[in-house]
Design a protein around this ligand. Structure first.
Ligand code: PMP
Ligand code: GLN
Length: 380
């Protein structure tokens, strides 16, 4: 039998959620909120369904949603993408990432990813018959070293993938980083995939450096986002891609025969939500900053050391004062023996740094969930 994607097994998120369930651990592993989606959004979804909007959406996305995304993008980043030629709604960011890679990467080519990186990047590259070239981020700050990126470029390099705010570290790319990215992709004629699913979850007054702010990037970039992160509904799986017309044409060829279109009633609900309650995405940073601060204050009473979290909803903790186990063994031990589940970092790497003792904890949780986890973590 032919083994497709030989490196692929069950994801670490599924594995750890199953282990958490088996041992009734507090699950701070797989990234998902345990609080409700906004009531307006649920009402809008129910209304769309009752109004009979239950058939296929347009292949490119419901017009109302594409218009709302254009408006939101202009408000946030000062650039208004054309809803007809530059915005495509997808079944989550995951579909958009796969589409973008399949759209521009050919067999035998190379794609640069920055490790640690989200787990769906490399399989998407493999499915295109291409090779993922892994360039490590700094092991403590998770900042990119652009000289190392430059050194990894070959005549076969087609695409660079970036992610800010970053999963798993929460690190964010600066304006200087984005200018470097622009210089690199222009010099070498590369495409860019900018994974911005945590775009609205940024802290301490920082500014999210969307690729859409940079004219030099717009004509070669797929900017990908996800409503799952912004509206606390990771299970709805609706996301989108903003790309210039020529790239959107290619992207849509894949989307058309991958899913064709995405859950229509939810698209109408997101359109209404963005239009009627723009304060939701504007205030999301504050909402999560309070959660981050409360989480870190409680972690300070444990023997886990919290790393800085500029954005996103994950907290990295250094457990080297507690255990010398490697990260997979430690996360299993913590689940089984202490009843708290996190995600080890090594699955996010091609070559994990030797001796790294970091665990990722999700703080998109109710105070009760956090309190239950912390009571257990204090016994470490
Ligand atoms: N990229 C990153 C960095 C993510 O964290 C996630 C979700 N965990 C995705 C993409 C996929 O998003 P979606 O659930 O909308 O497919
Ligand atoms: N994006 C989620 C995370 O990083 C996981 C999504 C999944 O389970 N595939 O935790």
């Amino acid at each position: 039998p032919v083994t497709k994607l030989p490196k692929v097994g069950t994801t670490i998120f599924t594995t750890m959620s199953a282990l958490a369930a088996k041992h009734q651990a507090v699950n701070l592993g797989q990234g998902f909120p345990d609080f409700d989606v906004p009531a307006l959004l649920v009402d809008a979804l129910a209304r769309a369904m009752r109004a009979g909007q239950n058939q296929y959406a347009m292949m490119t996305g419901a017009p109302a949603l594409r218009a709302a995304i254009a408006q939101k993008t202009e408000d946030c980043y000062g650039y208004r993408p054309d809803p007809d030629t530059e915005i495509t709604v997808t079944s989550g960011a995951s579909e958009a990432i796969l589409n973008a890679v399949l759209a521009v990467v050919r067999a035998g080519e190379e794609v640069i990813v920055l490790d640690p990186c989200y787990d769906c990047y490399e399989p998407a590259i493999d499915m295109a018959g291409a090779k993922a070239v892994h360039v490590p981020l700094d092991a403590s700050s998770f900042a990119p070293d652009w000289e190392r990126v430059r050194a990894a470029i070959t005549p076969k390099t087609r695409l660079l993938m970036i992610n800010s705010p970053h999963n798993p570290s929460g690190a964010m790319l600066s304006a200087d980083d984005m200018n470097e990215v622009a210089a690199i992709v222009q010099e070498h004629g590369l495409y860019l995939l900018s994974d911005e699913v945590y775009e609205h979850i940024v802290f301490d007054g920082a500014r999210h450096e969307s690729a859409l702010r940079y004219p030099a990037l717009r004509d070669r970039t797929f900017v990908i986002s996800s409503f799952g992160k912004t509206y606390h509904c990771t299970g709805w799986k609706v996301g989108y891609c903003v790309a210039p017309p020529a790239l959107s044409v290619e992207f849509r060829k894949v989307h058309q025969y991958n899913t064709f279109c995405t859950f229509h009633p939810a698209q109408l609900a997101f359109a209404e939500m963005i239009e009627k309650a723009p304060e939701h995405h504007r205030e999301l940073g504050h909402f999560y900053q309070e959660k981050r601060d409360a989480f870190q204050a409680q972690l300070a009473e444990t023997r886990l050391k919290a790393l800085p979290v500029p954005g996103g909803y994950f907290q990295l903790v250094d457990y080297s004062d507690v255990s010398d186990l490697d990260d997979r063994a430690f996360s299993e031990w913590l689940t089984i023996e202490k009843g708290v589940t996190g995600i080890p970092l090594s699955p996010f790497y091609e070559t994990p740094p030797v001796g790294q003792r970091l665990l990722r904890l999700c703080f998109a949780k109710n105070p009760e969930t956090v309190a239950a986890a912390m009571a257990r973590l204090k016994t470490l």
